[in-house]
Design a protein around this ligand. Structure first.
Ligand code: KIV
Length: 271
């Protein structure tokens, strides 16, 4: 008889409890099975199948080109690897902006075809109907305010958002509204730390920051950035835990050398 160790899965309710007891929430991105397996086994709370896959995996300049089908492919690969983490999937650009019915259909496709646990949408009051309609189908929604990369062509830059009082005020109001609409959590990207802390203190739902300081309820980073696999993206908020760009490059160079010199394979590495 095999004995299975009970793994306590992270749910939206668990995240709420973590906020209440002041335990910080850890979140990282993943887009494929192997990376998701390593991250989940390390004990992460939330895995985000971010539309940053458009940049990181496909090499696009923005997040706009990635499609719903591609997000579902990434999400289903991640889901097959997961034992514990809550998996949240970005609704990509063009999959929810037209109307709330389209938003609901996109969210249903993600949940049904990938097995994910929740979806994330960028925006505030302007996507009220979409959020509420998705929630009526029982699909948990995470909000995203501050720097919203799907609107890059509206803003023109990736600089810090909500530095001016009127934009900060609007962000505070939007955050409150997202909570009222029923979002279970909120991502705040690249805004001043004191503003992010104020939002977090004003809300009952967990606030997860990226470039939003330490006064929020959790942190998210793009995994390929924190592992140092990407090397041209150097924002102040990014802490690199490894320099994989260099160490992987060295491994590849060594392999090429070994093949060329006929050092690989040796006698023990053949049949
Ligand atoms: O797509 C993504 O990776 C994200 C995070 C930066 C929050 O939305």
């Amino acid at each position: 008889m095999s004995v299975h160790k009970e793994i306590k899965k992270v749910t939206t309710h668990v995240l709420q409890e973590m906020k209440q007891r002041g335990e910080k929430i850890s979140m990282l991105t993943a887009y494929d099975y192997t990376m998701a397996k390593i991250i989940d086994n390390s004990g992460i709370d939330v895995i985000l199948v971010g539309d940053s896959a458009s940049n990181v995996m496909a090499g696009h300049e923005t997040t706009l080109p990635i499609t719903l089908d591609q997000m579902i492919y990434h999400a289903s690969s991640v889901i097959r690897a997961i034992d514990r983490a809550l998996v949240v999937v970005d609704l990509p650009f063009g999959a929810y902006q037209a109307n709330s019915k389209e938003a609901l259909n996109s969210a249903i496709r993600i949940m049904k075809e990938s097995g994910a646990h929740a979806v994330k949408l960028e925006g505030g009051r302007e996507i009220k109907e979409s959020i509420e309609r998705i929630l009526t189908a029982g699909i948990p929604v995470m909000g995203h305010l501050g720097l919203t990369p799907q609107s890059i062509y509206k803003f023109g830059t990736y600089t810090v958002r909500a530095k001016e009082a009127d934009e900060a005020e609007r962000l505070i109001e939007d955050a409150k509204l997202l909570e009222q609409f029923g979002c279970f959590a909120l991502v705040l990207e690249k805004i001043p730390a004191d503003l992010a802390e104020k939002v977090s203190k004003n809300l009952h739902i967990p606030v997860i920051g990226i470039g939003a300081g330490g006064g929020v309820d959790g942190q998210v980073l793009v995994t390929h950035d924190m592992l140092g696999m990407t090397h041209e993206f150097n924002p102040r908020f990014l802490r690199r835990y490894l320099n994989l760009y260099e160490s992987m490059g060295n491994a590849f160079k060594q392999y090429i050398k070994d093949v060329k010199s006929k050092d690989f394979p040796n006698e023990k590495e053949q049949y």
